[in-house]
Ligand binder design. Structure first.
Ligand code: URA
Length: 209
């Protein structure tokens, strides 16, 4: 079964309060999302493999560790996922960035892919799939399907806020994908918004409300 990680770090919880606040303007909202994404990236990379190296300190030779060089990819789900990319890249600047764009067909209500661009060596990379909101789970499930159909083998899903409905749907559809969440909320409302949530993440990031 996938692991569900809900980050309770005080800095994350503090920043999430201002992200949720409807009075937080676009500039500050974007900065806070960026900061939380960096803090989450710190936790999500906890299991990266290391290799031992020697360095000369001013005092002696020390045996110490550096990253073993595992290839990573970050894939934001368009458009709101873009708001989390730079924050993650601050900690893992060598990661490649792919993009997945999906819209919901108004007739079938099923997610439809309209854009996919991934690094060419998909099967050699571990991916962090990012979207600020895990609501019904439909988009995240389709995005993970899309990555897997192109050869991705290891995917982690990272979001700011999740509804229990989305967590259930995603874990059932992709039991191999661990989920990393800054805030696990109560429910979805009748329009599909997460309650209490933060409103429309894309509109708040890009000022399009
Ligand atoms: N997408 C959003 O941006 N907000 C929600 O509450 C649910 C889906």
């Amino acid at each position: 079964m996938p692991k569900i990680h809900v980050f309770d770090h005080p800095l994350i919880q503090h920043k999430m309060t201002y992200i949720r606040d409807t009075n937080t303007g676009t500039k500050e909202f974007r900065e806070l999302v960026d900061e939380v994404a960096t803090l989450m990236a710190y936790e999500i990379t906890r299991d990266l493999p290391l290799k031992e190296v020697s360095v000369e300190t001013p005092v002696c030779t020390a045996k110490t560790n550096i990253l073993a060089g595992k290839k990573l990819g970050i894939v934001p789900i368009l458009r709101a996922g873009i708001g989390m990319v730079d924050g993650i890249l601050k900690l893992i600047p060598a990661a490649k960035v792919g993009h997945v764009g999906l819209f919901r067909d108004p007739k079938t209500l099923q997610p439809v892919e309209y854009f996919v661009k991934l690094p060419s060596d998909v099967s050699e990379r571990d991916f962090i799939l990012v979207d600020p909101m895990l609501a019904t789970g439909g988009t995240a499930i389709a995005a993970a399907d899309s990555l897997k159909s192109r050869g991705a083998k290891n995917i982690k899903f990272m979001c700011l806020i999740a509804a229990p409905e989305g967590v259930k749907a995603m874990t059932e559809a992709h039991p191999d994908v661990d989920i990393y969440i800054a805030g696990l909320d109560e429910k979805l409302d009748e329009k599909g918004y997460i309650v209490p949530g933060l409103g429309d993440a894309g509109d708040r990031l890009f000022g399009t409300k």
